[in-house]
Design a protein around this ligand. Structure first.
Ligand code: F6R
Length: 261
């Protein structure tokens, strides 16, 4: 694992955007795994800037989103379809037919989930997966007790997640209870993973993910098993890490030669 600590949120998103840009520049037809929520907003803003000002080209890129609420049509202002189009896709040149987001309205979820898994493989697998983290340690909507080998499926959201996400809806009763989500096993197959977190509210989940045992009680801890994961954190999100001095020391003394994770 690599742990990069930045002073603030904007800075950590800019650092993460450089990794996304590097992936696309070295492989123009890269497959990106994308997340929604508040955390990647400044990352997407920076990617849009890079597209407009530096010519970052998404014309051969394929994207797979992590999750979608069950029951929300694509046009709903809180659907992840809507979120992705408003905050990223409509501002860049990724072809419409290369965009994959789980369906929240299919009439056959099982068949859809199988197809989604198959489609990721047919496209060559995810080169770079972007993740946020829930305050309960979830990645995508893999809530505590999710199998660390899980695949794309329907999950029931934890009460904590419903409460956390109520800020986006008019009232808490409007937050969907179910989501369709890539599994932990699906996510772990990405070649490189970047997880972004900011704010004190994420500090316990981050401490559990990086320094806790690998446990389904914090599904982000499964990333300890992944050979190429980078955590982009701000000071607040990193504030409960016991080994923070060591991580800052590594960052300061980063060797110019390639090293293991
Ligand atoms: C969203 C997703 C979730 C969020 C997490 C954090 O696609 O997969 O795991 O990353 O709930 O959400 P924010 O960033 O809003 O705190």
């Amino acid at each position: 694992m690599q742990i990069i600590v930045s002073e603030g949120y904007e800075e950590l998103c800019k650092a993460a955007a450089k990794v996304v840009a590097k992936t696309i520049n070295s492989k123009p037809n890269a497959v990106l795994g994308l997340a929604t929520g508040s955390t990647p907003l400044a990352l997407y803003k920076e990617l849009i800037r890079m597209h407009k000002e530096d010519g970052l080209d998404f014309s051969q890129v394929t994207t797979f989103n992590l999750d979608e609420y069950v029951g929300l049509p694509k046009t709903h202002y809180q659907s992840y379809h809507y979120f992705m189009h408003e905050n990223l896709f409509k501002h860049i040149n990724v072809p419409q037919q290369n965009i994959y987001i789980p369906s929240g309205t299919t009439d056959n979820y099982e068949a859809f989930c199988d197809w989604y898994e198959r489609r990721i493989k047919e496209c060559g697998g995810v080169d770079l997966q972007v993740l946020g983290i829930g305050s309960d340690g979830h990645i995508a909507f893999n809530e505590p007790s999710s199998s660390l080998g899980s695949r794309t499926r329907i999950k029931t959201l934890a009460r904590q997640t419903i409460q956390d996400n109520a800020r986006f809806f008019d009232k808490i009763q409007d937050v969907p209870i179910y989501a369709i989500t890539m599994g932990v096993g699906t996510i772990l197959e990405a070649r490189t993973i970047i997880l972004l977190a900011s704010g004190k509210g994420k500090a316990p989940a981050i401490a559990g993910a990086i320094e806790g045992p690998v446990t389904s009680m914090n599904t982000a801890s499964a990333l300890q098993l992944h050979p190429d994961t980078i955590f982009f954190l701000d000071r607040d999100a990193a504030s409960e890490l016991k080994m923070i001095d060591y991580y800052l020391w590594i960052q300061e003394k980063a060797p110019s030669f390639p090293r293991g994770n």
